[in-house]
Design a protein. Structure first.
Lengths: 299, 268
């Protein structure tokens, strides 16, 4: 409606309006520059202190602020990454390690999300099921599920599927509880309205309850991918042939902090990329939501 | 007059409260609505007006008594029933077009035809041009229009309305009331219109039913012999209007007082 009234305004008012728009745009650009500048500044300061702290007065035995033997050094991490890229890791080429971990995490994510949504919606919809399963699910959720990794290594073996299984277990509960809650919180009036309009039970599930719970489910995906990575990496620690978890484990065993940090850096990049992808996906799926919810800053 | 279109016989409805006790919303309620009649139900807040609609629609079964729609007892949600809710009930993830087309789609009509009919209804409620908008982009009045189109597209023979305009500002409200009367005159559905606003009730209805403070039961029924077509904005100035208003208000006032006293007590 405001667009209509703006269009009907006369010319002088419009030129004022454009200058106001330009001013707003400048203010927004300035603010973005400030925020990004400060962000880069923080990274530079932390890395500089770290680098200088591990370098100053290296000749003196106890003169170091930070001992690079334990804490590594940014330039050392860079060199380590470069070596991995050029010569590969002890377990083979770097891309293979990254691809293995990603494959495990994504398989775990997809399977965990599907299972979580199906069980969450089913238990949310069917009262008897949720009453029967509630104590078991609570018990399983209360347990530190990472210990299941050892069982999976024993039963499934050193291949990727033991890591996928661990990732699935971790992801499942996050998605399950969100889907369950999402279904429970569906507006009663919307359900009543759909039934009056002639919805069958199936149409009610697919066209009212699922879309309504979707914002909860998608919100859980952000946490879920993190958990999927945890599952994959911890699984690789426990026993594997390839993967970033194994790279970290190997670096740890040989007292190579630069290797641990290097692998951590790669994991962070992977996680951030996935996060961007998920936000994009979310915005695509929930276009109907007011913008205030979807465009706020995420950290 | 023949068989009533909607009939409630000695209906009692109890709900289980979270603390485990039974709460009686309606007690021994009798109500009959004739074919093509516009009945307004007024009563103080919490008297079970909305419960009456839930029973007629089939969303809730009565605890005792019988609910008949079109001469047959209500077992489940009927196909010929339309229900306009007090709060927003349009689906926030669907555009106006998809929202209005929902009813026909649920009833198995293919997308092309459903959308064609939806466009027609969107025009009739004055929302042409907003087909692609999502509910959160519309004003409260426009969302109500969408809800109206969503309900009327199914061509309900029995139209239930639960304080549909109570959230709107006064001007929009009068406008919507006139449009409702105009739309209704083309469908001639039997209407049960629940409201707490006596003026609205008299302006719209053929008959006004006063419900007592909860547990609700019928306190009195009043015929409104004002000529149609009516203009809601102006009908209030007719002497006949104020006469009916005074007559009903004498009845309603006591119930409002009872309900007010009760709410004061439950707060303190």
């Amino acid at each position: 409606m405001s667009a209509l009234s703006a269009a009907s305004r006369n010319e002088p008012a419009r030129s004022q309006e454009t200058s106001a728009t330009a001013a707003r745009k400048r203010a927004r650009t300035n603010r973005r520059l400030l925020v990004n500048g400060l962000r880069i500044g923080i990274a530079v300061i932390v890395l500089a202190v770290w680098e200088v702290g591990t370098t100053i007065d290296e000749t003196h035995k106890d003169g170091l602020w930070i001992d690079p033997f334990f804490y590594g050094r940014p330039s050392g991490i860079k060199d380590q990454l470069w070596t991995w890229i050029q010569n590969g890791t002890a377990q083979g080429p770097l891309w293979l390690q990254v691809a293995t971990t990603l494959e495990e995490a994504f398989l775990g994510l997809v399977i965990g999300v599907v299972l979580g949504v199906v069980f969450g919606v089913a238990l949310g919809r069917i009262r008897l099921l949720s009453d029967v399963f509630a104590p078991y699910i609570k018990a399983l959720n209360a347990m530190p599920r990472v210990v299941l990794g050892s069982i999976f290594i024993i039963t499934i073996g050193y291949n990727i599927w033991s890591k996928v299984a661990l990732a699935v277990v971790l992801v499942f509960f996050v998605v399950f509880f969100n889907a369950f809650q999402g279904v429970r919180e569906v507006d009663r009036v919307l359900i009543a309205n759909a039934r009056i309009l002639g919805a069958s039970e199936r149409q009610l599930s697919t066209q009212v309850i699922f879309p309504s719970a979707l914002s909860w489910i998608l919100a859980s995906l952000h946490t879920s991918f993190g958990f999927a990575l945890v599952g994959a990496v911890v699984g690789e620690y426990l026993g594997s042939y390839h993967g970033l978890g194994l790279v970290i484990y190997t670096a740890q065993s040989s007292f190579n902090p630069n290797g641990v940090f290097g692998a951590m850096f790669i994991l962070a990049v992977v996680a951030l990329t996935a996060e961007f992808g998920l936000t994009w996906l979310e915005n695509r799926f929930i276009r109907w939501r007011p913008n205030t919810i979807t465009t706020d800053v995420r950290i | 007059m023949g068989e009533p279109a909607i009939e409630l016989r000695h209906v009692t409805k109890r709900f289980l409260t979270p603390s485990g006790t039974a709460y009686t919303a309606l007690r021994d309620l009798d109500l009959a609505v004739h074919e093509g009649e516009f009945v307004a139900v007024v009563g103080p807040t919490g008297c079970g007006k909305s419960t009456t609609l839930a029973l007629i629609s089939g969303l809730e079964p009565p605890s005792e008594g019988e609910v008949l729609v079109g001469g047959a007892p209500v077992r489940t949600v009927g196909r010929d029933v339309g229900y306009v809710f007090q709060v927003d009930a349009v689906f926030p993830w669907k555009s106006v077009l998809d929202n209005v087309a929902t009813g026909p789609r649920f009833r198995g009509i293919d997308r092309r035809e459903a959308e064609e009919r939806a466009r027609d209804w969107i025009k009739r409620v004055g929302l042409a041009g907003f087909e692609r908008y999502y509910p959160h982009q519309l004003s409260g009045g426009m969302r109500k229009r969408a809800a109206l189109a969503q309900t009327l597209i199914n061509e309900p023979r029995y139209l239930l309305m639960d304080e549909p305009f109570s959230a709107l500002d006064v001007q929009t409200r009068t406008l919507m009331e006139n449009e409702l009367l105009q739309l209704w005159s083309t469908t001639r559905a039997s209407v049960v219109f629940v409201t707490h606003d006596l003026e609205e009730a008299i302006a719209l209805a053929d008959r006004v039913v006063v419900i007592t403070a909860g547990p609700g039961t019928v306190k009195g029924t009043y015929r409104v012999d004002l000529p149609r077509p009516r203009n809601v904005a102006e009908i209030r100035f007719q002497p006949e209007f104020s006469r009916i208003y005074k007559e009903i208000w004498d009845d309603l006032r006591d119930e409002v007082l009872v309900s007010y006293e009760r709410s004061k007590r439950s707060v303190s």
